[in-house]
Design a protein around this ligand. Structure first.
Ligand SMILES: [Zn+2]
Ligand SMILES: [Zn+2]
Length: 348
């Protein structure tokens, strides 16, 4: 039987990746489509992609596929042909990462999951087959001119804070699961209006659009390929960007500037600022917005308390961190974690 999993050590795989002479292209894509046998589909996919030396992380579920992968440049066309040969994926939009060294992945992992985007939807009648209509950048701009249009941002608060579409409404919850029913409630009397939903890459808002339709909304749209694709199209076609500020992304930059507007404020002094940073105290690592002046004043820390710890000898810092929940030290997207601390800071 064919081996459908990797069996080589992590260290060896990383070493091989760095010894590779061919360049890799980093690609992301997703598609909602009915997958009758996810495990079987997963195994076939593994065989085909492994043969093309694809690395990365892919989730397969009854509702579709979500992938972040890299492929050797000279196999890109073959990969595309293979994906397009799967009927529901024919013509699929492949998002190619720019400014990427192709070294993010060194192994291929394909996992079968309950959903490609966890949604908490219990209703068995809900289906991704009835989705909102796609809008491109041009159509988005046109729809935005209509007073009858409502724009809903399906991302987290900290993303909305530094950049969003003009007039966009925020759904104030920490998780997508909670946002779905909340969006329905908030829009209850707007069932006849145009509703456009958007997110960073499109995968969440596409599901949200289906959920709105499922709940009786009539004119639901979603931004194809999300903000990333909008920014790209707006640039290519010289359109005025109706997205203002920065698009938050999970790489070292923590955000890509779309327009020059700075719409957020420093969480410490309240001056205009939209640079996210993680508190330099490793025992905190809070994600927050800090201006250059405060970065200097607080040594990149979120508070004087963290600054004091940060300036202690490393051994003492480690001692202080003992017994602290390790979850505190990892990058945490939850607004719940952000808010109480920020509230404390504001009171100081
Ligand atoms: Zn400041
Ligand atoms: Zn801190």
């Amino acid at each position: 039987m064919a081996v459908l999993h990797n069996r080589v050590s992590q260290a060896e795989l990383k070493k091989r990746l760095h010894e590779e002479t061919t360049k890799r292209t980093t690609i992301s894509f997703y598609q909602y489509f009915p997958v009758a046998e996810p495990q079987q589909f997963r195994d076939e996919l593994y065989k085909a992609l492994d043969a093309l030396q694809v690395f990365g992380r892919i989730y397969v579920a009854h509702e579709g596929i979500n992938a972040q992968i890299s492929v050797p440049e000279n196999n890109f066309e073959a990969l595309k042909m293979y994906l397009y040969s799967i009927e529901p994926l024919n013509g699929l939009r492949l998002n190619i990462a720019v400014d990427d060294d192709g070294k993010s992945f060194w192994v291929l992992k394909i996992k079968v999951r309950e959903k490609i985007v966890a949604d908490g939807i219990k209703d068995p009648a809900f289906s991704m087959e009835n989705k909102g209509r796609y809008v491109n950048a041009q159509q988005m701009n046109t729809l935005l001119q209509d007073d009858n249009t409502i724009v809903i941002d399906m991302r987290n608060h900290y993303e909305y804070e530094v950049g969003h579409f003009e007039k966009a409404i925020e759904i104030p919850s920490d998780t997508f699961r909670e946002q779905l029913p909340m969006a329905v409630d908030m829009m209850q009397d707007k069932k006849e209006q145009n509703i456009i939903m958007y997110c960073t890459g499109g995968i969440r808002c596409e599901k949200a659009s289906a959920y709105m339709l499922h709940n009786g909304f009539k004119n639901v749209f979603h931004l194809e390929g999300g903000i990333i694709n909008y920014a790209k199209q707006a640039k290519e076609n010289n359109l005025t960007s109706k997205f203002i500020g920065k698009n938050f992304v999970f790489d070292d930059r923590l955000g890509e500037r779309i327009t020059q507007d700075v719409i957020a404020k420093c969480h410490q002094c309240g001056q205009p600022a939209d640079t996210h940073t993680n508190c330099k105290n490793d025992g905190c690592h809070l994600l927050f917005i800090q201006c250059a002046t405060c970065a200097a004043t607080y040594d990149g820390c979120c508070s004087t308390a963290c600054q004091t710890v940060y300036n202690l000898p490393l051994e003492e810092q480690k001692e202080l961190r003992k017994g602290i929940d390790k979850g505190m030290m990892v990058f945490n997207k939850s607004k719940k974690r952000l808010r109480p601390r920020l509230d404390q800071m504001n009171k100081k």
